[in-house]
Design a protein around this ligand. Sequence first.
Ligand code: HEM
Length: 378
Amino acid sequence: GAAPAARTVHPLEMANGTRLWLVTGYGPVRQALSDPRFAKDSWEIMRILRDRRIQAHQEIFSQALSHHMLNTDPPEHHRLRHMVNKGFTLRRVQRLRPRIEQITDQLLDAVQGQDSVDLIEALAFPLPITVICELLGVPEEDRRTFRSWTNAFVLAVEPEVFRDASVAMNAYIRELVAAKRAAPGDDMISALATEDSESALDDEEIAAMAVLLLAAGHETTVNLIGNGALALVTHPGQFAALRADRSLLPGAIEEFLRFESPVNQATMRFTKEPVEIGGVLIPEDEFVMVNVDSANHDPERFPQPGRLDLKRDARGHVSFGHGIHFCLGAPLARLEAEVVFTKLLDCFETIELATPVAQLEWRSSTLMRGLESLPLRM
Ligand code: HEM
């Protein structure tokens, strides 16, 4: 007879007593990401945590800074996203191409002639952070300072470390918003601070928006560049094929995203009401962990999912999410990757790892999949 279908929804009991439901597989993951009964509102999450007497994550969700568009539901979500949507359309983002190319050239020039280069430190980290800071109007000299804060938001850190980072970041952003309001520039924070329509954001909302964009704008793209470069150097035949035929590049970037997604393990939801998914009934007010990687590696959707194949049609991966929270920055992330990989392919005939694969260190995070460093010989 037919083999029994694999289970796709699994109840989990965490060491601290938190109960979670893990959702895996392409169909259930897409459902959980787009079905409005799986909600995100951070004030509601706080209520559930308090009801269940779970202390561990209260620090995170009690902060107004965490109440940004990714942690809100409609209609609030729509209002917040609408305020910045036009800044991130494909057309608007394409205008940034010359500047992104210029920054990439400068960063590559700086490491010219070096024997071995850490691609993360030299390019994958500084490029996206420079771009998002310029868009938002964050002064260059402050970028290194808040790297440690946004790190605390995405890495596995103690709640106190998260709280300290939030306090510091909040104070910094509040001051920046006040300065922009007094002397607006040609940037997104100034635009938000001087907006006077009915849907204008208050200071707390602008600060939360800025923090989300700053964190999401670089903590993820660094991993697309790093993981994509690692995929290329460990598959020299496909590197050569891509070098010979650049029309493969947009598809290759989708395959990098599918193969080793920057946000790979889980994105969180909670149930607003009982929901049946994957043949399992999840009760109301339960936390749900949606596993992105399992959807991207579901063999029924992507045959031989563990094989990197730059020629496959990887569209439909869920590395940018799905539904109303679909990544706002996807066009920007794709453009940055396209510029970087074009330059790497133009400038270097071969690229090799300067360290054995087994010795590469991955960042410790339950959210992100990315390398600490990627030493390359180019
Ligand atoms: C949302 C991934 C780059 C801004 C998301 C989500 C994912 C994601 C998976 C949805 C999370 C969920 O539904 O729970 C990525 C990846 C990136 C990337 C893999 C790079 C390769 C960027 C960039 C920006 C950005 C460059 C900034 C400009 C956002 C925002 C949201 C979001 C604002 C929330 C959208 C909403 O709630 O409506 N991203 N992202 N992301 N991303 Fe990205």
